[in-house]
Design a protein around this ligand. Structure first.
Ligand SMILES: CC(C)(COP(=O)(O)OP(=O)(O)OC[C@H]1O[C@@H](n2cnc3c(N)ncnc32)[C@H](O)[C@@H]1OP(=O)(O)O)[C@@H](O)C(=O)NCCC(=O)NCCS
Length: 397
């Protein structure tokens, strides 16, 4: 039936996020695995947990930012076939850079809202050791955008380098190194606390890998530093620009990981007797200057909130991707959000930001937060390389 259907996030799983080292791959605990295998493992697990019949899956939508080398998804077929789903289950691979898997959630939700699918698996992945962001021979920047006078207005010399876009946002907004560093320490503290309280066990599917010649089950994020401090962060040199304020301590790290949410129509959830985590209310996506892509969450969230008929001050919980501390601090200032409502169990600075996996992680985490803390409204949002933002509004189911 074609018509407006309510859509629910009914389940969510992700892998732990490893720490990527493109120049020393043997140090990444996920060096022995591809992330399409991780996606397949998550899909199998979610199908089993939810009791969804594979033939009822209307689409599998998986995102990845850098879809080259082993991150190539073959139109989304790799995870579907590796998961052993019937060939009749269709798939698509999404690329909206860092928002790829949030866009996967949006497309899946729109399919369900419009009556084209009843159940959609939406997620994403990235292996930042095997497919690095920089010095990757399989990715070619467009020299015209860099050199031709008619394009210099886009400042792609900055716009191709995420760290420089963060520096530009810090300079323009006046957000200080001290603010970024103390925000980052708090992200680690919150994530360490959540880890101790067992919060992440509710979303991380253990993954068996080979590491240093032995079998190892990875079930904890590898970038959380429980011993960090403002004093330690103050000593770190700028990572991207001489005299700059953006460092390894107040940036998200490089990671490998995968994440998947299960989306379901109200009709299907009722028929199956599934208790959903959250209802999907709306989405927003917006373009901004590529050289200051960190502004993206502000117009994207504003658009998404308008669609949901909500104001920012009505939102109980926010998941704002910590690509860089300055991005979140800027969004908090522009949207008038207190820190206590944002990334309550830590954010990407501590947890990690495997680009294509982050959007579904933010949606899945937010759905769990609303469900488990009994809060009503939440927004998940992220900035996007190339100059965009994406946001999702959820309501407790
Ligand atoms: C910033 C960046 C270049 C750093 O990479 P890296 O050098 O491999 O990072 P490391 O984790 O090794 O950190 C560098 C140093 O800072 C230290 N450090 C980092 N975070 C720290 C913290 N919270 N507390 C104390 N020390 C810290 C590390 O211990 C390391 O010290 P060492 O050299 O003495 O071992 C990389 O993480 C990066 O590019 N991040 C941004 C990713 C990005 O752009 N994503 C897309 C966003 S849109």
């Amino acid at each position: 039936m074609i018509g407006m259907q309510d859509v629910y996030v009914v389940d969510y799983q992700r892998t732990a996020f490893s720490k990527s080292k493109p120049t020393e791959p043997e140090k990444d605990v996920f060096n022995s695995v591809r992330m399409d295998h991780a996606l397949a493992m998550l899909i199998r697990r979610l199908v089993e947990r939810t009791g969804v019949k594979p033939q009822d899956i209307g689409d599998v939508i998986t995102g990845c930012a850098l879809q080259v080398d082993e991150n190539w998804l073959y139109g989304g077929r790799h995870p579907v076939l590796l998961a052993g789903l019937p060939v009749t289950v269709p798939s698509v691979a999404m690329d909206r850079a860092c928002a790829s898997s949030m866009n996967a959630v949006a497309l899946g939700s729109l399919e369900i809202m419009a009556g084209y699918s009843d159940v959609v698996l939406a997620g994403g992945m990235e292996h930042m050791t095997h497919v690095p962001m920089s010095n990757n021979p399989h990715m070619a920047v467009n020299m015209r955008l860099l050199l031709r006078p008619e394009y210099t207005k886009y400042q792609m010399n900055v716009g191709y380098n995420m760290g420089l876009t963060a520096e530009k946002l810090a300079e323009e907004s006046g957000i200080s190194r001290e603010e970024m560093d103390s925000f980052s320490v708090e992200s680690h503290n919150r994530a360490a606390r959540a880890l101790d309280e067992g919060w992440f066990k509710g979303e991380i599917a253990p993954m068996e890998v080979e590491f240093e010649g032995k079998k190892l089950v990875v079930q904890e994020d590898q970038s959380i530093r429980r011993d960090t401090s403002v004093e330690q962060l103050r000593k770190l040199p700028p990572a991207f620009k001489e005299g700059g304020t953006v460092t390894a301590g107040n940036s998200s790290p490089l990671n490998a990981g995968a994440s998947v949410v299960v989306l379901m129509s109200r009709t299907k959830a009722e028929e199956m007797g599934v208790k959903p985590l959250a209802k999907v209310l709306s989405f927003g996506w917006a373009g901004v200057e590529p050289s200051i892509m960190g502004k993206g969450p502000v117009p994207a969230s504003t658009k998404a909130l308008a669609k949901a008929g909500l104001r920012a001050d009505q939102v109980d919980l926010w998941e704002i991707n910590e690509a860089f501390a300055v991005v979140v601090l800027y969004a908090m200032r522009e949207l008038g959000i207190e820190h206590k409502r944002v990334n309550v169990s830590g954010g990407a600075i501590a947890i990690g930001h495997p680009l294509g996996a982050s959007g579904a992680r933010l949606v899945g985490t937010l759905a769990r937060q609303l469900h488990e803390r009994g809060k009503q409204y939440g927004v998940a949002t992220l900035c996007v390389g190339g100059g965009q933002g994406f946001a999702t509004v959820l309501e407790k189911a």
